[in-house]
Structures are given as structure tokens and as C-alpha cells.
Write a protein that binds this ligand. Structure first.
Ligand code: ADP
Ligand code: MG
Length: 605
């Protein structure tokens, strides 16, 4: 039997799913009816609320208009803003110092910080404000000098020094610092320990480690709760009315006691607080974006572009570009028999049968950079395919597209005739919703270069998590299966260890066991040994060799040429988003046709 497949001979219709050509189909975007109903209900509620507020005379909007921008209100607003700004500034400075003291090695500093937080989180803000305002009764003068001598640098009447404004600012700052210190400490704890170790091993001084490495990364988890706190502070400034300090709320009270227009004036205060909070929320958004740099593989687009894209989607429905040119024929020059027939394995073990992967005319760009360029490839069930190529040639992007971690711009990928990301009905392709994509993804396992084990779960829990929660396997069964898999990868005794307690090779073998536990039809390996020490490489390759005989379809991006020669049925060579050569290892690795392949092999061999 000849295994040569030539797409040029394949008519485009009727549909032949295995060929992966769905370009004649119309794409129907995913619809979310519940979301649409929710939107309509929300719009109706908003309209009803607005109608009741604007249509009822008792709200007194004319009185509101009279006072909203009046001088006393603006003066009060100014004080509120000043208190918020200074309170946040002092609170955060003191809070950061307290948090660093708390995580420092010094028990005294740490204890002091703990006590401060304990006391000032316990005292109600109003009580604290009143105590500070009455400090003049406790201490008539405040003096700085050398104790038990008559040397004084500075001495002042307490009542002169602590005006209501100072008392308010002190109280708010201290209260803020006590809460903020815990938020910042939480952020510090969330930073990976490896980061500390890397910073320390580079010899960075402690202060630099904190300011340059730890705090910026901690900011991602600090910013949202911190802004909650600042918003609390902006509203909390209204507590200082008990010190008769004419900030916004106190001013409003003075006015409505005089003119008895309570509701309109409370509305003046409400709207101003709303404006302050909106501005704070906007500031938070931009600070969060700033600290998200590098944290996401695909960061969200800038606000303006996101809005334009959102508006744009109502104007046109994206159509797949029909393939006008004949498809480059993926050829399996060698015998496909060896690929399809799992070698040396009993029928029973073949339970997790492999899937056929059909990649048809797939393109993908990141901005102006075309990473996959009309790439087509058919991978038979149960075969082993090694993908080689220079760094940056698009190998990872191809694997990530097969797993739908990356969405292709054009073309289609199907596993056993089931399209990735779409459901086919007649001539229509319905875009899948996120939860359906997740369901389909369980057929495709992926092993990453840097393992990506869950560091806070034991080895056993890493493996059983998905079978139990996704596949609904009973816990005991999942655990027995996990122990079997661990035995297969030679790690029986590590079931209760945490990933960070394992060597790289062991972690990668756990990652393989974790992927296998889902009984995938296709298993993707993205440079599974590149992060490993040379002596650990073989222990992982041996496990993969074992798998090659199990019937699962394996697609492996690797730089291990010897391994590819031994294990792969097909070697695919990629260059600049295209497949420039493919065939059995003896041909592609032994007698390559393309100069680029020869050049690459000369470098790595
Ligand atoms: P390979 O795995 O072959 O080394 P990749 O598929 O990872 O290559 O990347 C191909 C190209 O795409 C590289 O130039 C890379 O910088 C770029 N790239 C990959 N992912 C992204 C992304 N999310 N955003 C922008 N560029 C990307
Ligand atoms: Mg890569």
C-alpha cells in the first residue's frame, strides 16, 4: 500500500473531515443566549431606576444643582481629597515598612510590626480619631530632646501642634497603614520563592531584592485589595466629621441643617463620592496594566483598540479565507503501516487509541509577524511525529494551536474529524463556547518545556486533579490509576512529594503521567527535555519511547536528533512557519533535500 496522500486529488466537497479542509463552510460565531437576556434585563432595570430618580420631584434636583459646585462644598471636597491623598501616601509608606519588618529575619522588628497591626486594626477609627484629638489633655507639650537632661531640640504645645486636621490625617494614616501592611505582606508571600533565590544568587542587596524583584511582582496581587482600601479611605474620611473638620460630609451636614434640604444635599455628597471613586478605579486600571507586563502570554489589547474591535464585530462576520491555491501536498513518502500499527503491543494495552490529526492550510500571525504560514500536515493515528526547526520557526505555536491554546487566524485543525474550536452541522461551522472547547481539550494532552506542575499540590494530587474533576473518575480509582502511572514513569515512591522537592527529570516524568491520566488521544510534547540537565534527559526520553508503543499519537518538538531518528515515524522540518521537508527519519535526517535542513542538522549534530 502506498501512503502518499495528495490533497490535489481530493475534491473540496463533499466534505472529507480527515483531510481537514473546511474552507467551504460558513462560520457561525458562538452565541450566548443567557448573556443576551441578562443584558436586556440589565438595560430595563437601568432605565426604570433612572426614570424613578429623574421623574420624582422630591429628589430636589434644582436644589442639588444650586449646591453642587458651591464654594463651601468645593472647599469641603478639597479637604476630603487632601486627606485621602495624604492618608494613602503615608499609610502606604508606613504599611510597606511594616510589611517588610514583618517578613524580615529580626524577631524584634517582626514582633513590633505584628503588635502595631494588632492594635490599630482593633481600634475603631472614630475612637482613634477622638483619642488623637484629645492628645493635648494627656500630654500638654510634645518635646523632642535627650531624655533625663534639659537638652530640648523642639518643644510645642500639643493643642497647637495637633489641629483637627493633623489629628484626622494621623488617625487615617495609622489606620490605613495597619490594614495596608497585611495587604503588602500577602503580595510578598505570593511571589515565587525561586525569584528570591535567583535575586539572592545574583548578589543583589536585600533592599534591591525587595524594591526591584519582589515588590514589583507582588504588586499584581497588591493592587486590587489596596485600591479597595484606598476607596475605603476616601469614604472613611467622612468619619472625621466628629472632629468638626469641614470636609465634604461635614460641610453638607452644616448646610442641610440650615436649609433642611436633606436629600438634595446628601445627593451632592453622593455624586462627589461617586466621581472620586470612578477616578480612583480608572487609576487602578492603569496601575494594574502597568504591573501586568510580562505576566500574560497574550496581554489584552489597549482599551481603545478593544472598544474598536468590539464595535467592529457587529459590522462583519469573519469569514475563513477560501483556499484558492492548491494545498501543498503533505507526503508520507515512507510506509504508513509502521505509523498506524502500534509496534509490539497487545490489543488490550491499545485501549487509549490514538487520534488522527489533520492540519489544513493553517496561518497565524502575532501582529505583523506571520508565525504559521498556510501550513498543512496530516498525522496518522498512533504515529510518532518529531518536529524540528530553528528557534522561532513556529513549532510551539503549531503545538499550542492543536491544543487550542492559540487560535489560528485561517485554516482548520481536526482531531479524528472533530474540528478544533468548531462544531460542524451540514455546511455550517458553529464556533464553540469556552466550556465546550475545554471539554474537547481533554483529548489532547500537553507536556511543557518547563513542566508547569502545580507547586502547591502533591505529585499524586497533580495527577488525580483533572481525572476526578473533569472526567468524573471516582477518587479511589483515580488514585490507583495515578499510582500505576507513577510506577510506569519510575516514580512510585514520590507520590506524596511536592513538585519543588523533585529534580527536573522527575518533575517532567510527573508532568507526563499527569497528561496520560486523562487518557488523551494525542499527546503533545514541547521540547520536553530542553530544561533538563544532560544526565536527566534520557530518563524522560525513555518514558516517551515507552509511550511510542502505547498507541497514543505523539507529536514531539525536540532538538534530540538521535531520539527522533530512533523513535519517530515521521520527521517534520519547519522553517519560518512552513514545513519545508518531511518524511521518515532515514530520509530527512540521513539525506535531507533542503539546504536549510542540512544547515540546521550540521549545527545540532
Ligand atoms: P519555536 O517554538 O519554533 O521556537 P514559537 O512558535 O514559540 O517558535 O514562536 C514563533 C515566533 O512567534 C517567535 O518569533 C515568537 O517570538 C513569536 N511569538 C510566539 N508567541 C507569541 C505571542 N504570544 N506574541 C507575540 N509573538 C509571539
Ligand atoms: Mg518553542
Amino acid at each position: 500500500m502506498t501512503a502518499t496522500t495528495d490533497f490535489r486529488d481530493t475534491p473540496l466537497a463533499p466534505i472529507r473531515p480527515a483531510s481537514g479542509d473546511y474552507s467551504q463552510h460558513r462560520i457561525v460565531p458562538a452565541r450566548y443566549p443567557a448573556r443576551t437576556v441578562g443584558t436586556i434585563v440589565a438595560a430595563l432595570l437601568i432605565a426604570a431606576t433612572l426614570n424613578s430618580i429623574l421623574g420624582n420631584e422630591r429628589w430636589g434636583w434644582n436644589v442639588f444643582a444650586e449646591w453642587f459646585l458651591s464654594e463651601p462644598v468645593l472647599m469641603g471636597l478639597g479637604r476630603t481629597l487632601l486627606l485621602t491623598l495624604l492618608g494613602a501616601l503615608f499609610g502606604f509608606t508606613l504599611g510597606t515598612a511594616l510589611a517588610l519588618a514583618r517578613v524580615s529575619g529580626s524577631p524584634l522588628l517582626s514582633g513590633l510590626s505584628w503588635t502595631f497591626t494588632w492594635i490599630f486594626r482593633s481600634i475603631p477609627l472614630i475612637v482613634l480619631l477622638l483619642i488623637l484629638n484629645n492628645l493635648g489633655y494627656l500630654y500638654e507639650t510634645i518635646t523632642i530632646g535627650v531624655p533625663y537632661t534639659s537638652i530640648n531640640f523642639f518643644s510645642y504645645q500639643t493643642t497647637q501642634l495637633i489641629s483637627p486636621f493633623t489629628a484626622a490625617l494621623l488617625g487615617l494614616s495609622i489606620n490605613q497603614a495597619a490594614f495596608t501592611s497585611e495587604i503588602i505582606r500577602g503580595g510578598i508571600l505570593s511571589v515565587d520563592q525561586g525569584q528570591l533565590e535567583a535575586a539572592a544568587s545574583l548578589g543583589l542587596p536585600r533592599s534591591r531584592q525587595a524594591s526591584r524583584i519582589i515588590l514589583p511582582q507582588a504588586m499584581r496581587s497588591i493592587v486590587p485589595p489596596a485600591f479597595n482600601d484606598i476607596i475605603g479611605l476616601a469614604k472613611g474620611t467622612s468619619n472625621v466629621y466628629i472632629l468638626a473638620l469641614p470636609e465634604l460630609f461635614y460641610t453638607i451636614q452644616v448646610i442641610y441643617r440650615r436649609n433642611l434640604e436633606v436629600i438634595p444635599l446628601l445627593m451632592v455628597a453622593t455624586i462627589w463620592y461617586l466621581i472620586i471613586l470612578s477616578v480612583l478605579s480608572a487609576v487602578q486600571y492603569f496601575i494594574e496594566r502597568h504591573y501586568a507586563r510580562g505576566a500574560l502570554r497574550n496581554p489584552p489589547p489597549p482599551v481603545l483598540r478593544a472598544i474598536l474591535e468590539w464595535l467592529g464585530q457587529f459590522r462583519f462576520v469573519p469569514q475563513p479565507t477560501p483556499s484558492t491555491t492548491p494545498v501543498t501536498a503533505p507526503r508520507f513518502v515512507g510506509s504508513a503501516r509502521s505509523a498506524i500499527e502500534p509496534r509490539g503491543i497487545s490489543a488490550g494495552e491499545r485501549a487509549a487509541a490514538g487520534g488522527t490529526v489533520a492540519i489544513h492550510n493553517v496561518s497565524k500571525s502575532f501582529g505583523p509577524l506571520k508565525v504559521l504560514d498556510r501550513l498543512s500536515l496530516t498525522i496518522p493515528a498512533g504515529s510518532v511525529t518529531a518536529i524540528l526547526g530553528q528557534s522561532g520557526s513556529g513549532k510551539s505555536t503549531l503545538l499550542r494551536s492543536i491544543n487550542h491554546l492559540e487560535r489560528v487566524d485561517q485554516g482548520f485543525i481536526a482531531i479524528d474529524g472533530e474540528l478544533i474550536g468548531y462544531r460542524q452541522e451540514g455546511g455550517l461551522l458553529y464556533e464553540l463556547k469556552e466550556k465546550d472547547i475545554l471539554k474537547r481539550r481533554v483529548d489532547v494532552g500537553m507536556v511543557f518545556q518547563n513542566f508547569n506542575l502545580f507547586p502547591h499540590l502533591t505529585v499524586l494530587d497533580n495527577i488525580t486533579e483533572a481525572p476526578v474533576t473533569v472526567r468524573g473518575v471516582p477518587h479511589t480509582e483515580a488514585e490507583a490509576q495515578a499510582r500505576d502511572l507513577l510506577a510506569r514513569v519510575g516514580l512510585s515512591e514520590k507520590a506524596d512529594a511536592y513538585p519543588r522537592q523533585l529534580s527536573g527529570g522527575q518533575q517532567q516524568r510527573v508532568a507526563i503521567a499527569r497528561a496520560l491520566a486523562m487518557r488523551p488521544k494525542v499527546l503533545l510534547f514541547d521540547e520536553p527535555t530542553s530544561a533538563l540537565d544532560p544526565e536527566l534527559v534520557n530518563e524522560v526520553l525513555d518514558v516517551i519511547k515507552e509511550l511510542a508503543r502505547s498507541g497514543v499519537t505523539l507529536i514531539i518538538v525536540t532538538h534530540e536528533i538521535g531520539f527522533a531518528r530512533e523513535v519517530a515515524d515521521t520527521v517534520v522540518f519547519m522553517d519560518q512557519g512552513e514545513i519545508i521537508e518531511q518524511g521518515p527519519p532515514s530520509v530527512v535526517l540521513g539525506a535531507p533535500n533542503h539546504p536549510r535542513t542540512r544547515e540546521f542538522l550540521a549545527k545540532v549534530l
